[in-house]
Write a protein that binds this ligand. Sequence first.
Ligand code: KIV
Length: 305
Amino acid sequence: MEGTTSTTTISPSTSQRKKVTTLTFRQKNERGEPITMLTAYDYPTAMAIDKAGIDSILVGDSLGMVVLGYENTLPVTMEEMLHHARAVSRGAKSALLVGDMPFMSYQVSTEEAVRNAGRFLQQAGMDAVKLEGGRERADVVRAIVGTGIPVMGHLGLTPQSVHQLGGFRAQGKTASAAKRLLEDAHILEDAGAFSIVLESVPAQLAEYISKQISIPTIGIGAGAGCDGQVLVTHDLLGLFERFTPKFVKQYANFHTQMSKAFTEYLDDVETKRFPAVEHTVEMSAEEWEEFERLNVEALKREEDL
Ligand code: KIV
C-alpha cells in the first residue's frame, strides 16, 4: 500500500465469548460466582477488558476525573458520556455495557431521565444504565425499567452528591445510616434494578445487604462480601496520579511507565536516534534516479522559459 512501511492485519477474535446479559448476572449470582466489572472510556481499553473476559464494562462518569481532568464528576455532560460510550461499544462485543447517567441527566424529571437513558442504548450501544441514589430515585428507576432498559443502582458513596456528603467519604458507618442503606437497597430492588453498586461502605454492611437482597451487589471499597467487584480502570492501572483511594489494588504503574517512555522518546528525537532506518519509508534506487532526472528536466524547462 502506498505510503505505509508495513501492514498489520487485525484478525477478528475467532473464539468470541457469549454476550453477557443481565440474565448472566442473575445466573452467576445464583451460582455464587463473583461478577467482574471494570470501567472503560475508550476503544482500546474496552477491547482489552473484553478480551480478558471481564463480565461487564461501566462507562463511568468517573471519566470526568480520570480522563477529562475535572475536580469531580459534576461537570460531566450527556454528550461527553455518549461520546465515550460509543467508543467503548465499538471495542467491546461481549461484556455487558453499562452507561453511567451523569449529574442532572435524571434528576430533573422522570421524562427527561427516561429519554436520556434511552439515548445510551439508541445512540451509544449500551445495554443498561446506572444511576445514583436510593428512595429518592425509585420512581425514575421504575420508569426507566418500564421502558425495557435495565438499571443498575448505586448506593453508599454517591460521587454526584459529593457536596451533600461533605466530600468523598465512606457511608453507612452508623447504625441509622446502615439501616437507611439497607432500606434503599430493598427499594431499588423493588423498583426493578437488576444490580446495585455499593461504594465505600463497611464490608460487614455490604455483605449483609448482599445477603438480604436477591439482585447482585457490585462492590467498590465495600469488601469481599459483595456479589461482584468493580474498580476504576485508571486506578487499577496506576494511570491516575492525583489520588488513589485506599480500597484500590494497583496492578500496574502505567503513569510511571508512560513518563519513562515519553522521556526516552524526547531523548531519542533530540539525539536523532529516532527515527532509525527501520522506521523509515524506502524508495528504490531506480525510482530515486528517475525522480532526480525528472527534476533536472523540470528545472531546465523553467530556465528555458
Ligand atoms: O463512575 C464510576 O466509575 C463509578 C464507579 C466508581 C462504580 O460509578
